[in-house]
Design a protein around this ligand. Structure first.
Ligand code: ADP
Ligand code: MG
Length: 729
């Protein structure tokens, strides 16, 4: 029996202690966070007021107040058992980073005390010179600095033997350039706030002092047994299977989607949720997804910055908890070929400080006018800057999804649904100068939630879909930090809100409503090409989109070019979200990461072919050749009378296997040559070469390997098979 088959017998569920009465979530939600309420209990009233003023009006606290908060945070953390703290940040690589320091401080020879100052809370200086900066930090100023983000509460991460206080921070260079994903998001929320409150003022909404974006990312993922994971170098090193024949049963029966969740998996989900609740992450929904062993978690939406932090934390938790259940959580966008990949549907909307959702049509004609104005701004933003949305989801893993028949295509378009479409059509024709409550009711959108539950009016193929009081950006990759996509969306919408406000101010007309309707009508007319209600996966759409002049950018490298285009540099500089240097740096880093990803994949494939796949093939070759030789000898010796077709069949079988191995080897040698050739090329040329030649070559090798897998005896094949990884319970 081969190693792979032996592993089959090692698979068993972990023993779990049964909990008869799980605690009520509300009794422990957020208990591991230094929330506003917790802070209030531990600091003086004046400092708390100062902190709140900082959050709402941007008036920074002084160092004494920072000291007080730091001491309170430390005491609280120590009372919960924490002995270390870390500034937690999100470098441009998309992971989260931490450097831990103990709370101890020398208080005399051989004596320590626990200490934590305001300075240490506010600023950290991890010697993080190995994080990519895309050239922003010169080597003589290699340090990056972390700075406390007080809008996201500090939290405690538990492990079996200790606890660590994590302080969310931004990561910046000496000159204040963003070296992370969080700072641009915070800046974009500022821009959005300014633009949106500006527009609301024109609508007479003086009560709206602050507008921010809200997000609810639906997180898809796969779970597979850890024993199998450990036997797959490709999953281990690249997060996806580089080879693997399709399982005869895949997702064609669609019997997994929303099916009963297996006990082993549901236990994992319970534990993830419990850990998440302790950290104040409001995970809400859990279910089976379309592909076998594919699942989803969705949270209740929150302010974007928090939602982004929470999604990062949730991903970490999912990975950690899975291991405890002898499972591995795969967050890669395309871990298995031939079945669905994983994405992250980013639900996005705008809310004001009074809890009003700006994408919620209201009860009065005035509310609906405002709703339509914001909607028009969204249409215009996507129409003008679809390239930035595409760039925000450009990475090697997602390249396998976008454009394939499962995820939204690489063509960015907006879906609005029948009712909204017909309203916009009427506005465009000038048939409507006002949208009364009556109209909205007639058109069935007065109660949007209800209308949206109607699954007939859902378009699951659209990359940017209005799904009732929010837009859903569906092209985000499952492993991605959502911060970048949010920053892009916030910025392009801020610009369009400003545009709408400006146009309304300048419009001529008898009354306010007429002026706004004019502006909406003009935008609706101009941005028509971005709207598409049909099936985004269909061939016809690709042709139609081309006719409309909508870009269809398949490659990561082409998508990333948007970051350094003049129109976009101007936009981001105007809204102070990214400077030109910051954009150039991101472009550089993300192209480089694409290259590194492909190189790791290619080298892993090369090794798997040489050290595992071809040897298994040779074993079988030997078996077949020996067999054939024996039969021919026997025939001679024993003078058996046999149909000559038997011998030629055996020969055919042998040569089939021999040639399959040959094709695998020949193409793998090509692969090595190609990597060699790429070595001398610069970042961009290399990425092009990888997209155009390396990827197809890897696919080619894979096809031959998969064919070989289907003929080589089961017990000689060491790599766990799709049917095992995806179906074994
Ligand atoms: P649907 O099934 O229509 O996609 P759900 O109500 O299940 O809608 O929500 C899906 C996700 O959208 C959830 O994570 C939810 O928190 C999020 N969401 C709902 N409303 C908003 C909003 N106003 N802003 C941002 N995200 C939202
Ligand atoms: Mg959804």
């Amino acid at each position: 029996m081969g190693l792979r088959q032996k592993t089959l017998f090692r698979i068993k569920n972990v023993e779990l202690k049964k909990i008869d009465h799980p605690k009520k979530v509300s009794s422990y939600f957020g208990e591991n966070t230094f929330s506003l309420e917790t802070m209030q209990k531990h600091i003086s009233k004046t400092t708390f007021e100062a902190f709140k003023a900082w959050m709402s009006e941007g008036k920074t606290i002084n160092i004494k107040q920072a000291d007080e908060i730091a001491a309170a945070m430390k005491d609280w953390a120590i009372s919960k058992g924490a002995t270390y703290y870390t500034h937690w940040f999100q470098p441009m690589t998309g992971l989260t980073a931490e450097k831990h320091d103990s709370f101890i401080s020398m208080a005399g020879p051989g004596k320590v005390i626990e200490k934590f100052s305001g300075n240490k809370l506010i600023q950290g200086e991890p010697d993080a010179s190995s994080f990519p900066s895309g050239g922003i930090r010169a080597t003589f100023e290699a340090r990056g600095y972390t700075a406390w983000d007080p809008s996201s509460p500090a939290f405690i991460i538990e492990s079996a033997l200790g606890k660590t206080l994590c302080i969310p921070t931004i990561f910046i260079s000496y000159h204040g350039e963003a070296l992370d994903k969080k700072l641009p998001l915070l800046r974009s929320d500022e821009a959005l706030n300014k633009a949106a409150t500006g527009l609301l003022k024109i609508f007479g909404r003086k009560d709206a002092q602050k507008v921010f974006s809200t997000c609810g990312p639906e997180q898809e993922y796969f779970l597979i047994d850890r024993n199998y994971y450990n036997l797959r170098q490709d999953l281990l090193l690249t997060g996806r299977t580089l080879v693997g024949a399709a399982s005869p049963k895949g997702q064609q029966l669609e019997d997994q989607y929303f099916g009963t969740i297996k006990e082993r998996v549901v236990n994992f989900m319970f534990e993830v949720a419990e850990e998440a609740y302790k950290l104040g992450i409001p995970v809400m929904t859990r279910h089976n997804e379309v592909a076998p062993h594919q699942y989803e978690f969705a949270p209740i939406f929150e302010e974007s910055n928090l939602a982004a932090d929470h999604n990062q934390l949730l991903m970490e938790l999912m990975k950690k908890v899975a291991l405890r259940h002898n499972l591995v959580c795969l967050l890669h966008e395309k871990p298995f070929a031939g079945i669905n990949g994983s994405g992250k549907h980013l639900n996005w909307s705008l809310a004001d400080n009074n809890g009003n959702n700006l994408l919620n049509p209201g009860e009065t004609p005035e509310d609906n006018l405002q709703f339509l104005a914001v909607l028009a701004a969204v249409l215009r933003a996507v129409y003008l800057h679809g390239d930035l949305l595409r760039a925000s989801v450009a990475l090697a893993g997602n390249e396998h999804r976008l454009g394939a028949n499962e995820a939204p295509p690489a063509i960015i378009s907006v879906f609005l649904g029948e009712q909204l479409t017909s309203i916009l059509d009427m506005i465009e024709k000038g048939a409507k100068s006002k949208v009364s409550k009556r109209d909205i009711i007639d058109l069935g959108i007065a109660r949007l939630p209800k209308f949206n539950k109607d699954s007939t009016d859902r378009n699951r193929t659209s990359p940017f879909a209005f799904t009732g009081a929010k837009f859903e950006f569906r092209a985000v990759g499952s492993s991605q930090n959502i911060a970048t996509a949010i920053a892009m969306i916030n910025t392009i919408i801020a610009e369009s809100l400003d545009y709408v406000a400006d146009k309304v101010n300048k419009a001529k007309g008898s009354d306010f409503s007429t002026k706004v309707m004019q502006v909406i009508a003009q935008i609706v007319k101009e941005t028509k090409d971005i709207r598409f209600e049909g099936n985004n996966y269909a061939e016809e759409w690709i042709k139609e989109a081309k006719k409309r002049g909508l870009p269809n950018v398949a490659s990561t490298i082409d998508a990333l070019k948007a970051l350094t285009e003049k129109k976009n540099i101007n936009l981001f500089e105007r809204y102070k979200v990214f400077s030109k240097e910051e954009l150039i740096a991101r472009h550089h880093i993300w192209v480089h990461m694409y290259n590194l990803t492909l190189e790791i994949e290619a080298n892993t494939l090369n090794e798997m072919v040489n050290a595992s796949i071809v040897p298994a093939g040779y074993e079988y070759e030997k078996l077949l050749a020996g067999n054939l030789k024996k039969i021919v000898e026997l025939l001679k010796e024993a003078k058996l009378k046999l149909d000559p077709a038997v011998i030629s069949d055996q020969k055919e079988h042998l040569s089939d296997v021999v040639s399959k191995i040959y094709y695998v080897r020949r193409n793998t040698k090509e692969l090595v040559k190609l990597l060699e050739k790429a070595r001398g090329l610069d970042n961009d040329l290399r990425a092009n070469l990888y997209f155009k030649e390396l990827k197809p070559l890897m696919e080619h090798i894979r096809r031959h390997v998969d064919a070989l897998e289907c003929v080589v005896p089961d017990e000689l094949w060491e790599l766990p098979k799709y049917r095992e990884m995806l179906f074994i319970k």
